[in-house]
Design a protein around this ligand. Structure first.
Ligand code: KG4
Ligand code: ZN
Length: 358
């Protein structure tokens, strides 16, 4: 089975061809550079850019794979959650292809794309414990099967990736923040600045990064004579130390709540063997190393997608499409793109599970 995956929910226009033998035949990704000076993604600009580039990205995916549109068995498109203008572009392109080729259409939840990718790139079996951490979401889930998620915790404010982006913006480092902060952090002293660990003492698996971001802001402001962040003068050394301290604080918070989640996972799924990370922030090597250590301590097998498949791409959508197609989970062509689309919307609510960001 060969499936085309289309992704356009944030600032990557992407398409890929993947088959059910776990072969990635192609992956075309265009990362929009138009947002660089804004410190975040501008939805209008993103939607326009998706529209301008979707055709060439689709062509590139078929060209790289050396196949023709008629060769595919289904079209999968990320249909949310995300910026609605962009999502609509990808979904419309997917539906048009499905209609023209007379192939089934699959509306994929972008988060399910991230969540299932480790099953494509490693040998991960259900059920598994998942840290899903991206620019828009930060959740800890048990993945029991396609469309079967139990959310154990979620951020109650910012996502971890969003916090990386906002801290980078405050430091004038550009967008996206994660990779730049990771680079700077490697040069810094992670213990120089004392930063808070929000919700550390709450008994649940929820997370919070907004207070951490504010604490970083106060440190940067202390480098300005008039206390205004835009007048702050930091040496490269100070900037690196802030980045290192921030990255450590985020990692500590994630590990602490994941440790709690492991205990719940063990109780609910005694047969579960895997601890998995996915989403853009999973590209962070410092975080991956610490997660590997936690998994080793807990006697779980750790899996993370290769770095290039952590941030948004078409492969993850194609793979989720394959898993859905294998269960005959297809969608009608009148499926409406969904700006909000919680992964666990069909699951019974677990006691103590948080539910703020969807
Ligand atoms: O999954 P993704 O590509 O898009 C969303 O679904 O949001 O994730 C993008 C996020 C951005 O916030 C970006 O700063 C973050 O992932 N990110 C990283 C790294 N690479 C990307 N965060 C920390 N360290 C990285 N190396
Ligand atoms: Zn994503």
């Amino acid at each position: 089975m060969l499936v085309l995956g289309i992704e356009s929910s944030c600032d990557e226009t992407a398409a890929a061809l993947v088959n059910d033998k776990k072969q990635i035949l192609s992956s075309a990704v265009l990362t929009q550079m138009e947002h660089k000076n804004f410190g975040g993604v501008v939805p209008e600009i993103a939607a326009r850019s998706h529209l301008e580039h979707i055709d060439e990205i689709l062509e590139a995916a078929f060209h790289q794979a050396g196949c023709q549109p008629q060769d595919i068995d289904a079209v999968a498109a990320a249909a949310g959650p995300g910026l609605i203008g962009g999502v609509t572009v990808g979904v419309m392109a997917g539906k048009a292809l499905a209609l023209a080729l007379n192939k089934p259409f699959i509306a994929v939840n972008h988060l399910e794309g991230h969540a299932l990718t480790p099953r494509l790139t490693s040998d991960v079996s259900y059920p598994y414990l998942l840290l899903l951490t991206s620019g828009g979401h930060c959740q800890i889930l048990i993945v029991k099967g396609v469309g079967e998620f139990e959310r154990l915790g979620t951020t109650i404010d910012d996502a971890a990736g969003e916090a990386f982006d906002k801290v980078a913006k405050m430091l004038g480092l550009g967008y996206p923040g994660g990779p730049i902060i990771e680079k700077m952090a490697a040069l810094g002293d992670e213990d120089r600045f004392v930063l808070p660990r929000p919700l550390y003492n709450s008994p649940d698996c929820n997370l919070s990064f907004s207070g951490l971001k504010t604490a970083v802001r106060k440190i940067i402001e202390s480098y300005a004579d008039d206390g205004l962040i835009e007048h702050a003068v930091l040496r490269k050394r100070d900037c690196a130390d802030i980045c290192a301290g921030f990255q450590k604080a985020v990692t500590d918070c994630l590990l602490h709540k994941l440790r709690k989640a492991v205990a719940i996972f063990r109780q609910r799924c005694p047969q579960g063997r895997y601890m998995v990370v996915a989403g853009g922030v999973a590209a962070n090597i410092y975080l991956r190393e610490h997660l590997q250590q936690l998994a080793d301590t807990e006697n779980l097998i750790f899996a993370a997608p290769p770095i290039k498949f952590c941030t948004d791409n078409g492969v993850m959508i194609a793979w989720a499409g394959i898993e859905r197609a294998q269960k005959d989970l297809f969608n009608d062509l009148d499926f409406k793109p969904r700006p909000r689309w919680p992964l666990d919307e069909n699951a019974p609510k677990a006691a103590g599970a948080g539910g703020v960001k969807a």
